[in-house]
Each structure stands twice: as structure tokens, then as C-alpha cells.
Design a protein around this ligand. Structure first.
Ligand SMILES: Nc1ncnc2c1ncn2[C@@H]1O[C@H](COP(=O)(O)OP(=O)(O)O)[C@@H](O)[C@H]1O
Ligand SMILES: [Mg+2]
Length: 227
């Protein structure tokens, strides 16, 4: 089963009366369990693609199917459920809630899903242990390093046990050693839980970790490498 099937995906943005062609007909499929990079220079359409796949935005034309269901045919409620249950998103800038502690940030998606407090806490502690942050659950984001904050963001994505995790330049704000540790962590989670990871990057070191690299440029797939 294809986790993602993107067919002829076009995304235009309107900007001050002009149109920006961010994606110009992208055809890409991803299988369950992949560990794949979307690589390309700044402005090539990486974030746009991940946002569309993550149902954070909608296509101008073309089609995206997730686990066989066409996104554009889903109701708002179905989309919200898909996003909450099946997709974890990791952002370059971590996007943690500053006033919440580490464990509150991680359990937040579970609260939205209506999981009871005790279960949410247990599952969040487990996710924090998986990313190597046991003992830090009461810290606020600003009391943690960039690498630790990105681990919290990974735990928050993991806690729902989604089939798919999308990570938009997850290491861009980290030094190369910490970036490497984050990639190693993602790779380990891909191996242990079989979670599909698709991440974007323009960093050759980060691409090294991927088993498949899709190069995009000017909103189009240029070529692919598989290892
Ligand atoms: N909300 C937006 N409004 C207008 N143009 C946008 C918007 N988001 C992205 N773009 C443009 O779309 C193109 C692709 O952007 P993006 O997907 O962010 O690329 P990348 O993540 O590879 O740097 C760029 O030209 C960018 O300026
Ligand atoms: Mg981007």
C-alpha cells in the first residue's frame, strides 16, 4: 500500500496580485516504512510539498492520496481526524508551545484526541524516554537546547504513533553534530516502529542518512537516488 501518492500536484500562491508557481506537476509515491529525503535549494518547493502531504494546505490542481484516500475528497472533519491520528509533523523551528512544559507539549496532541490524563501522561513519558529526554519532563522549551527542543518535537509527533512523520528541515537550526544525532534518532524510530519518515533538507550531510533522495528544483522533481 502506498502511504502517499501525489499525482500531477500543482500549487500556486497568490502574492501581491502575481502568482508564484511553487509546485509545477509533481508525481511521487512513497511506500510504508520509507526513510526518504526531499532535497533541494531554498525556494524549490520542499515546504510546500510537505504541507500539502500533511494536509496543512490544499493543492491548486492534481491529487494527493494518503493511504489510498484522496485528500481533496475528504470532509473537514475527516481531514482533521487524518491529521490528528495518522500524521506527525516536525518543523524546522520546533514549534513548541513556550508556556507549556516538555511533557505538556508532548501530551497536547493526545489531549486533542480525547485520551484520558493518566494514559496521556504514561504515553508521553514513554515517548520522551524514546527520544532520550527522561527526567526533563517539567522543563519549559526555553530551558532546553535546540537539539533537546527538537527531541521534544519528535516525541510530540511520535506520541500518537502515526504511520507517517513529515519533517521540514528538522536539523536546519542545529549544529552538525546535533543534527546528526536527530537523524540517527529518526532512523532508529523508522527501524523500530516502522514509521514512514519523509524529511526535507538542503544539507548534503542530512541527505546521506536517507535511503531515497528526491531532488526537486523550481517546483519539479529533477531526479531520484535510491540506496
Ligand atoms: N505563502 C506563500 N505565499 C506566496 N509564496 C509562497 C508562499 N509560500 C511559499 N511561497 C513561494 O513558493 C516557492 C516555494 O517555497 P517553499 O515551498 O517554501 O520552498 P522551500 O521549502 O524549498 O524553501 C518559493 O518561491 C516561495 O517564495
Ligand atoms: Mg522550506
Amino acid at each position: 500500500m502506498k502511504v502517499i501518492q501525489a499525482s500531477d500536484v500543482v500549487k500556486d500562491y497568490g502574492l501581491n496580485g502575481t502568482t508564484v508557481h511553487a509546485l509545477r506537476g509533481v508525481n511521487l509515491a512513497f511506500e510504508a516504512g520509507e526513510f526518504a529525503a526531499i532535497a533541494g535549494p531554498s525556494g524549490s518547493g520542499k515546504s510546500t510539498f510537505l504541507h500539502l502531504v500533511g494536509c496543512l494546505d490544499t493543492v491548486t490542481s492534481g491529487n494527493i492520496a494518503i493511504a489510498g484516500s484522496t485528500v481533496s475528497a475528504m470532509s473537514k472533519t475527516q481531514l482533521a481526524l487524518l491529521r490528528r491520528n495518522s500524521i506527525g509533523f516536525i518543523f524546522q523551528a520546533y514549534n513548541l508551545i513556550p508556556v507549556l512544559s516538555c511533557i505538556e507539549n508532548v501530551s497536547f496532541p493526545l489531549t486533542l484526541l480525547g485520551v484520558d490524563k493518566h494514559d496521556a501522561r504514561e504515553r508521553s513519558l514513554k515517548a520522551l524516554a524514546e527520544v532520550g529526554l527522561s527526567g526533563m519532563e517539567n522543563r519549559r522549551p526555553k530551558e532546553m537546547s535546540g537539539g533537546q527542543q527538537q527531541r521534544v518535537a519528535i516525541a510530540r509527533a511520535l506520541v500518537k504513533e502515526p504511520a507517517l512523520i513529515l519533517a521540514d528541515e528538522p536539523t536546519a537550526n542545529l549544529d552538525s553534530k546535533t543534527g546528526r544525532e536527530i537523524l540517527e534518532l529518526m532512523l532508529r524510530l523508522n527501524g523500530s516502529a516502522g514509521t514512514t519518515f519523509i524529511f526535507s533538507t538542503h544539507d548534503a550531510m542530512v541527505m546521506e542518512f536517507a535511503r531515497r533522495i528526491v531532488h526537486i528544483r523550481d517546483g519539479q522533481v529533477e531526479n531520484e537516488e535510491r540506496k
